[in-house]
Design a protein around this ligand. Structure first.
Ligand code: ADP
Length: 521
């Protein structure tokens, strides 16, 4: 059957081969297995259900929440000679009736439908007369309250499936791969031992770069100057910050735009158009910018602040290099970013479980900013791909040529300090004790009497914190999931304390850009 799938690919789409992820998903469907496919936008998921739809008897129902895209997708299918239609609230009642009639007459192979329509009795009656071989659920994370886009109408899908005379094959598609969302998809759709396929997250043309301790404004000015002929986006966490960077760039004569929810609709549309038509070189924006924007020649994305989680980061960074040409994704980390994101989560999330969930995702983002290992591997593994290579030659950690040094003794000092503190304190207190600081609380607790007090007297507290963050990011240490996270040792740290394993890391760099004189020459 797979060779037929290849023929269909060539005949209807003109492509010679499936992408590796597509092949696995299509084979899974053809073997009759329910499948959860986790793929980022652009990875080519449509083909994964359209090709099997053409091979299976009867029709395939595609449940999609994006009414605006449905028409485009169906028009494209019709152009390719594939019988398809869609049902959503945009149709007149005469048109709706005509399509329902054609559906019950078995005229279509693919029927796109908005989830709300599944509750309409007449539509169900009509479908009960039709053979539905497969149901493909697009944006399946909308089922889950853990997802970023929960939609109550998705709760209609499971009862709908149960009412069908014969249970169809089910495929769920999403770009969100967190375990909670995945479990919800499986449970809420009643999937039975589904095949889970994660693919397509790698973007080989993107260079990933994390910089810590930069003077961010100077960095931006230097970067925009040295990339003057290129189009880029600078994301910042707050409107205030967006306005400040925008003012800074404009004052130096750069063609910049700005975009955030505080601007009027007209202003936003104007700024967006200026960016799309290359009237401006760089767009400074909050995360409100980018949804549905398809500008292929964005060469760089700079994050002025660390975003709240890896999903947000990768989606925003991934707006560079859409055309397949090189793109550069730089994240400017500062510890205040963590505080800011914690504050924003605290303000916006009420449910305690959910808050905890958001905080642990934030920690994964902080770990990305501190890992000494391959950034691309970190990202791809985070999204659940199991065969990500351990190095890439195209991220700031892999291209960092600084020497690997043995930091076992330093790590042991940190670990014993944490044990002396009974694993009851956070990063700052541990760093202060190792520094030997005169902090009032520290003295009150009499931590100045500990044998580990002042072991790193000649380092700055920030450097010590950075070392601890790195040991967290490399899983020697862990932070507890609580409002005031405390640092604990993992089993890996105990093997280091016992002397069974050594810790090697590249020299920690907190600053990588040229000196001030170079910036303003
Ligand atoms: P998604 O729905 O995952 O965002 P699409 O299904 O729209 O992605 O596909 C993204 C692009 O990749 C489309 O232009 C599509 O034609 C192209 N594409 C998909 N599969 C292949 C393939 N096997 N070979 C070449 N191009 C492909």
């Amino acid at each position: 059957m797979f060779s037929q799938a290849k023929q269909i690919l060539k005949r209807f789409y003109g492509y010679d081969s499936f992408r590796p992820g597509q092949e696995k998903i299509i084979k899974s469907f053809l073997a009759g297995e329910d499948t959860v496919a986790i793929m980022p936008t652009g990875a080519g998921k449509s083909i994964c259900f359209q090709v099997p739809a053409l091979l299976l008897d009867g029709c395939t129902l595609v449940i999609s929440p994006l009414i605006s895209l449905m028409k485009d997708q169906v028009d494209a299918l019709i152009n390719q000679g594939i019988p398809a239609t869609y049902i959503n609230s945009s149709l007149s009642s005469a048109e709706l009736n005509r399509r329902l009639y054609d559906i019950s007459a078995g005229k279509y192979k693919l029927i796109y439908v908005a989830p709300e329509r599944l509750s309409a009795d007449f539509f169900q009656t009509c479908l009960i007369k039709t053979t539905i071989s497969m149901i493909a659920i697009d944006e399946a994370h909308c089922l889950s309250q853990w997802g970023h886009d929960f939609r109550p109408s998705y709760q209609l899908i499971y009862p709908f499936i149960r009412q069908l005379p014969k249970r169809p094959l089910i495929g769920a598609f999403t770009a969100t791969a967190t375990p909670e969302v995945k479990d919800d998809i499986i449970n809420l759709l009643g999937l039975y031992h589904p095949n889970i396929q994660v693919s397509g997250f790698d973007r080989p043309n993107l260079y990933f770069n994390v910089l810590r301790g930069e003077n961010k404004q100077k960095f931006i000015l230097h970067y925009v100057k040295t990339h003057a002929s290129q189009s880029g986006i600078i994301y910042a966490a707050t409107r205030k910050e967006v306005d400040a960077i925008f003012a800074l760039l404009s004052s130096k004569g750069y063609k910049a735009g700005h975009y955030h929810a505080g601007l009027s609709d007209e202003e936003r549309i104007r700024e967006q158009d200026r960016f799309l038509y290359d009237d401006i070189q760089v767009m400074v924006a909050t995360n409100a910018f980018g949804m549905g924007i398809d500008k292929s020649n964005v060469r760089y994305v700079i994050h002025y602040n660390m975003p709240r989680n890896m999903e947000a980061y990768y989606q925003e960074a991934g707006r560079s290099g859409r055309d397949g040409e090189p793109g550069e994704c730089t994240l400017l980390f500062s510890p205040q970013d963590t505080m800011l994101q914690k504050f924003l989560i605290d303000k916006s999330v009420e449910n305690p479980d959910r808050k905890q969930h958001e905080l642990s995702k934030l920690q994964t983002m902080v770990d990305y900013c501190h890992t000494p290992n391959c950034l691309r591997n970190y990202i791809i593994s985070y999204f659940g791909e199991t065969d990500a290579p351990t190095s890439c030659d195209n991220c700031s950690n892999c291209t960092d040529e600084s020497e690997l040094i043995d930091i076992t003794v330093d790590a042991q000092k940190v670990f014993s300090c944490i044990l002396r503190l009974n694993e009851r304190f956070g990063i700052t207190m541990i760093a202060e004790v190792l520094k030997g600081s005169q902090n009032k609380k520290l003295l009150q607790f009499r931590f100045d009497k500990l044998s580990t007090y002042g072991l790193f007297a000649n380092r700055t507290v920030n450097d010590i914190k950075l070392l601890i963050q790195r040991l967290i990011a490399t899983q020697y240490l862990m932070l507890t999931e609580s409002e005031y996270p405390v640092v604990r040792l993992t089993s890996l740290a105990y093997t280091v304390l016992k002397g069974d394993q050594s810790v090697w890391q590249k020299v920690i760099k907190t600053k990588q850009v040229a000196s001030d004189d170079l910036l303003f020459q």
